[in-house]
Ligand binder design. Structure first.
Ligand code: GTP
Ligand code: PEP
Length: 222
């Protein structure tokens, strides 16, 4: 989130709002339990979200970060990083949570470009996110597949276009079927590397994670 300068190119304009969904930490990152254990799992889920939000907030293309969560600890920690916290839609699930966050943003700024970003990107780098959001300006709706090539880590919609999120499972195919354009970009691994398993965590640590995940994973057997 940086002020817009007169000579900013469209690629670096800070006008995107990111909507980051986060389920309660007590239930988050269940697939990590096998590698990390039940004590570390919720702490890692929080650390991933902190590193994701901190990197997103530091991205020169980003105007603001909205986190949709009912978790009080995560809400407080992520608000401290500059995120706006919006309550979840109880029992509705991931896509309604994203639509709710999008509606909150667009009620205030109907023309805002909006992107949904997973909260499990601990290696996220602001410059790589800026490249993705710059590319997303060329399409009405576009997305980035996750590192496995099965899911989605980011779904973007320019002003006046609904996100229409279809996250969950094989969402790459779902987003393609919905008409969203897949962005195929070099050198944006940090935006694609979502961490679901111990193997994913090892890959993120090798790429380089943010300080919260680095500290928390130091006690992890993953
Ligand atoms: N606000 C909100 N976020 C959700 C919900 N369900 C999933 N998410 C978030 O959506 C993103 C992708 O979620 P998943 O990969 O399905 O769940 P996860 O907790 O990250 O991992 P698993 O438990 O292993 O599936 C993560 O940032 C989750 O915290 C929900 O009902 N509400
Ligand atoms: C919900 C998704 O993420 P994950 O791979 O973390 O389940 C998805 O890719 O649509």
């Amino acid at each position: 989130m940086v002020p817009m300068h007169r000579d900013d190119t469209p690629q670096t304009r800070a006008d995107w709002t990111l909507v980051v969904p986060l389920r309660p930490l007590s239930r988050a990152k269940s697939r990590l339990a096998a590698a990390a254990g039940e004590e570390l799992r919720p702490r890692l889920a929080l650390a991933f979200a902190q590193d994701t939000v901190a990197a997103a907030a530091a991205c020169p293309a980003v105007e603001g970060v909205v986190v949709v969560t009912d978790d009080p600890l995560a809400g407080a920690e992520l608000a401290a990083l500059g995120a706006r916290i919006v309550p979840d839609v109880p029992g509705a699930g991931l896509n309604p949570a994203l639509e709710h966050g999008e509606a909150v943003v667009r009620a205030e700024r109907p023309g805002a470009p909006v992107a949904a970003l997973n909260a499990d990107l601990p290696a996220l780098r602001p410059a790589e996110l800026a490249r993705v959001l710059g590319a997303a300006r060329a399409h009405r709706r576009s997305f980035l597949a996750d590192a496995a090539g099965v899911g989605t880590t980011l779904l973007a919609a320019v002003g006046g276009v609904a996100l229409a999120p279809a996250f969950g499972g094989a969402s790459r195919a779902g987003h393609l079927a919905s008409g969203a354009v897949e962005m195929r970009l070099p050198d944006v691994e940090s935006v694609r590397l979502d961490v679901d398993t111990g193997e994913d965590l090892a890959a993120a640590l090798a790429l380089g994670v943010g300080p919260h995940t680095l500290r928390t994973s130091a006690t992890s057997p993953a």
